[in-house]
Structure formats: C-alpha cells, structure tokens
Ligand binder design. Structure first.
Ligand code: GLA
Length: 391
C-alpha cells in the first residue's frame, strides 16, 4: 500500500513511543471461486486471497490497555484486556476485541498495545473485510507478544471470535484463506480436516473479475444463521435414515439425497440439495482447474449460482442481474454470486482479452437497470497474512 509510510507518521502522531516491540502486518480479503455455504457443513471450498488488504501497525504498551485507531473511518476505541464486552456502537471493534478474547481464552498471556489500521477491502461487499481485520489483529497481537500461533489455529481463533463475540455462526473459510492464501493459487480446503491443497491459477489467458453489486443487506446475519440451522436439521434427518453415521451434510452422497429427499420437509430438502451438490461441484471444479479445463470450471460456476438462487435462496435481484449480464458478454466462461449472499459481489471467469470490454459493458448495463454503477475489481490470487516489518 502506498500510504504505508503515512500510516507510520500518523501512528507516531497518535501514540507516544513506549519503547517496546513494534511491527507492521497485513491480511488480505478473499473471493470464493466455488463452494458456497459448504464450509459449516464440514464440506469443501475453493477460495483465493485477493490483492486487497488490511494493514495494521502496532506497538506493545506497558499496561493492559488496547487503543485502536481505524484510519479509514477516523474513529478510535480503547479497551482493557481484562474487560472484554461486545460494543453496541463502533461494532467494527468487536472483531478486534473478539480476537483478543479468544487468544486469551486459549491461555496465551497478552500485554496491552497501540494499534492503527487501514483497509482497502470494500466493507460489506462479501469480500471478507471483517475476516481480514480479525486475522491481521491476531497476527499483530501474536507477533508483538512473541507468541507462536500456527496459521490454521489462528484461523480457528478468528472464526471463534466471530461466532462468540460478533454472533455470526460463520464457517472457517474466510479466516483460513486470509491466513494461508498463496500467490497464484486458489486453496482447495477440506473444512472437516482443515487441510488444504493449493490449486494453480496463473494461466495468463484467464482472469478472475469481481463485480460489486453495491447492495448491502442487513438480513445477512440472521438469514445466515437460519441456513446453518436448516442444514443441521437436514443432517439429523439423514442420520436417522442412513446406516452410516452422518455428522454433517458432507457425509451425504447425491444418490442418498435422491433416495431420501421425500422425507425432508421444504425448504430443508432444497437447502440440503444445494450443499450436497455444491460439494460435488467443488471437487469436480478442482479437477477441471488442474486439467486447465477453464470452460468446464465456468459451467460449474453457473450451476453453483443457480443452486444458490433457487435452492439455497441467498441471492438477490441485483446479483442475478450481474450474473445474467456477465453471461451475455463475449469471453465469459462463468459467473456466480460469491460469499454469504443477499448482496455483495459476483465472481467471474473471463478470457483476459475481453476484460476491458466486459468492464465497460457491465458498468453501463447494470447502471441502466439499477441506477447504480458497480465497482469492478481485477485481481490475481494473493498471498495470505504476513509480517511487513518488525522491530
Ligand atoms: C461467509 C462466511 C463463510 C462462508 C460463506 C458462504 O463468508 O463467513 O464462512 O460460510 O459466507 O460460503
């Protein structure tokens, strides 16, 4: 980020030097290529980190206070390590406080710190700006306090922060890829074992393009938790019917679904069909990318969107419009909504030569129908959270 030095100046301006350890850290946002709403069903996902990130500078303090300045929004909060209670105002701070809380609950001993951060990940766009804030906080706190927390554990702590402190029952995907993302690779993550395989995405003829619908739905958290509950109910119903143990929808095959779907009430049956078929699409998609069969991958993206729209019902008119418009453009192999849904972004797979025309047409046509100019981001798979400087 160009204004890295400026951020140091502001840090020095805001906080008196404590003479203790200081450092600079970053964590990226993400876009999910395929595998939506599968992570909390112990399933498979294929996200990549993007070239947008949060940068955090920090220095330890001699006491147990944490002062944090959000440079982008020009707001500051101050809390004690001994009194961590979710805030009703300045709710962005809950992501940080939640992380600190989980690190302490894991019995790491912390000292207070002064922190400042700046993000260029659009907020509430479904590109995991909050997961990136959690991860950069965890990394900053861990490094400043000389704690060695390995990345998968760090991702888990950040996920728990969001589950317990913020109150969103999210899965592990966003925090995982923010911690472990790799330049030029998407990550094929098994959300049961928490292992991953990097899948190359560096073919120069194809490009991932993200379109921001600019729609932000407040419903997202309550509907998200509701979907999670519906999946749990579906899993239990299958567990009664099948002889093998069903711990999550991950354990149900497409054939088993077909055989028993009539026993599932609506909308539970459709929710289950989405998750079970989406897990299959991720695995097939990984194979397609490995074989550099980009058109097969594109088709799976389109199927994924249809399933999210009709069966899982987490899309919205604007996302559907962006997908429809994209699929009418030349050079587009696939398009789908990405992230939790109800607004946010679509992810598109394009032949590189068509990117400029695509951008112009989508902006024009989306604006014609909605009156909104969508933001469009062109990104390669980026690396995960890292230490930028340490003293
Ligand atoms: C949000 C959650 C993730 C995942 C996606 C949907 O981004 O944070 O854990 O469930 O929605 O795939």
């Amino acid at each position: 980020m160009q204004d890295f030095n400026k951020l140091w100046m502001i840090f020095k301006d805001k906080f008196a030097d404590t003479g203790l350890t200081k450092g600079a850290f970053s964590a990226p946002g993400r876009v999910n290529l395929i595998g939506e709403h599968t992570d909390y069903n112990d399933g498979f996902v294929l996200p990549m980190a993007i070239e947008k990130e949060v940068i955090m500078l920090g220095q330890l303090r001699n006491d147990r206070r944490v002062r944090v300045f959000d440079f982008g929004y020009n707001t500051e909060i101050d809390f004690s390590l001994d009194k961590l209670i979710p805030l009703r105002k300045n709710t962005w701070a809950n992501y940080l406080m939640g992380v600190v809380d989980e690190i302490q609950k894991a019995e790491y001993i912390l000292q207070g710190a002064n922190l400042i951060f700046k993000s260029n990940i659009p907020r509430k766009a479904g590109l995991s700006s909050s997961a990136a804030l959690e991860v950069v906080t965890a990394l900053a706190i861990a490094e400043l306090n000389s704690l060695k927390i390995e990345p998968v554990k760090m991702a888990r702590l950040c996920q728990q922060a969001e589950n317990n402190f913020v109150g969103v029952a999210c899965g592990i995907m966003d925090q995982y890829v923010s911690c472990l993302g790799q330049k030029n690779y998407a990550l094929f993550i098994d959300c049961r074992s928490n292992n991953y395989e990097p899948v190359p995405f560096k073919d120069h003829n194809y490009q991932i393009v993200i379109c921001n619908s600019e729609i932000q739905r407040s419903l997202v958290n309550s509907e998200y938790n509701k979907r999670r509950e519906e999946c749990r109910i579906a899993g239990e119903l299958f567990n009664h019917k099948l002889t093998s143990e069903i711990l999550a929808l991950r354990d149900v095959t497409i054939d088993e679904f077909k055989q028993y779907q009539e026993y599932l009430p609506e909308p539970i049956a459709r929710r289950a069909r989405h998750v079970i078929s989406e897990n299959y699409r991720v695995q097939t998609g990984v194979q397609a990318l490995r074989e550099e069969n980009f058109s097969a991958f594109g088709e799976l993206m389109v199927e994924s969107h249809r399933s999210l729209k009709n069966d899982y019902e987490v899309s919205c008119a604007e996302l559907d419009l962006l997908v429809d418009l994209a699929l009418k453009q030349e050079g587009v192999l696939g398009a789908r909504m990405t992230g939790a849904g109800f607004g946010g972004c679509t992810v598109n797979l394009l032949k590189r030569d068509y990117v400029d025309v695509f951008e112009k047409r989508i902006k024009k046509e989306y604006k014609k129908t909605t009156g909104i100019t969508p933001d469009i981001y062109i990104t390669r798979p980026a690396g995960g959270a890292k230490v930028l400087k340490f003293r």
